[in-house]
Design a protein around this ligand. Sequence first.
Ligand SMILES: Cc1cc2nc3c(=O)[nH]c(=O)nc-3n(C[C@H](O)[C@H](O)[C@H](O)COP(=O)(O)OP(=O)(O)OC[C@H]3O[C@@H](n4cnc5c(N)ncnc54)[C@H](O)[C@@H]3O)c2cc1C
Length: 405
Amino acid sequence: MDKTKNKTAIVVGGGIAGASICYALSKQNIKTFLLESETSPAKHASGNPIGVVYPFLTKHKTAESEFSYLAYLYFLKLWESLELRNFVPHANGIHFLLDSDSAYDRYSHSLTSHQIPKSVAELGKEPYSFTDVLYFPSGKALSPIALTNELIRLANPVTYYTNKLLSWERDKTNEFVHCHTENLNITANYLFLTQGFQFANDPNLQWIPMKQVRGQIVQIPASIFQNQTSILYGDYLTAEIAGERVLGASYDEFHLEKEPREKETIDLWEGLQKKMPNLRENWDHVSVSSFGTRVSYRTQTQDRHPVVGKLPNVSLLDTSIKYQNLFRKNAKTFQIPYYESVGILNGLGSRGLTHALFAAEILVNQVLNQPTQMPNQKTEIPESIIRSLKPDRFLLRMWKRDQLT
Ligand SMILES: Cc1cc2nc3c(=O)[nH]c(=O)nc-3n(C[C@H](O)[C@H](O)[C@H](O)COP(=O)(O)OP(=O)(O)OC[C@H]3O[C@@H](n4cnc5c(N)ncnc54)[C@H](O)[C@@H]3O)c2cc1C
């Protein structure tokens, strides 16, 4: 029997995470309701005019780098199969500068340790700086807003914009979740939470150690530079999309004001000039302070790895029991209690565009108790990757340190 037949889901948040979940649910034929507090999707972190898509790699394989690489392959697979090139403004090609011995060592080794074929990434030279690079021919600069909107269009959920989730609870049978906004009460079998940096408004998520990190980008008229591909060097300068390029991004976890800072724009500009002096003949007389800027907020976990999994029900834990004692007495029987039909996808940090689609696929399969397949094969993805993403990792760590009160 088809276990998902006639099931329904509510997705909270219309950024790239929520859109990716809507898409994963549509593949399972689950009727989906999308709740978004703004008037339209992608108004917050997913609302920059241009973002870059490429994987996070480490010298040796780690759960984090393996997840990121698989997520990148999954992204490229969907990019092709959904023909996203026809709907999402983009420019192919990313040059990732390896301008120190340690960077060269790390990334050249990552190619072998992750068995990355040349068609995906190879060593080369960046044409303006002649610096060593890792080149991702299918890496992309793209419009995150267009990508988010296109995924929502493909998934075709029932959308409720200007509907901020205020609270949710499960009913006594545990079969349904009820959600409440100012205008709406809505019930479904599953609930997926992707509120981005506003996660802490939800009392069920407050224990998860994530923080809001401010980022500022500069919107530069395309004609100021001639680079055909995006250049990454800690910061990034994208290729042209719709007449502009983006120079980004600053990072501040302490001061979170919404207004752009002129100094940050100038710092980003000067940083680019220092790294890539040959990108322009004359850097003077460019009125960089007059360029557009945008401030938005990443949501970042303690270990900079996303949070993807069933949501633990912390209220059912007896945290007066010492974690160490619990494991000594009860090692074989202890199970984390979950809200079984509730999943979370958050903490996407600076790589939400690369990671969201694969993370959503993993999450939906987990909440539906199904296996997730590797992007290019018929095998399941390793348990170590799924475990590394679960919110449980923080719960156990915090319990161990008596921080769960
Ligand atoms: C400056 C900057 C530059 C970046 N550049 C890149 C890049 O080049 N490449 C890359 O991969 N990533 C980049 N990122 C990261 C990427 O933008 C994020 O990881 C990604 O957009 C996060 O998506 P999200 O859906 O989790 O969050 P968001 O896009 O913030 O979406 C959360 C949504 O939830 C809604 N919401 C919140 N609370 C409620 C509620 N109670 N009820 C209903 N709706 C609610 C919000 O309105 C919002 O629409 C960048 C981030 C920043 C800040």
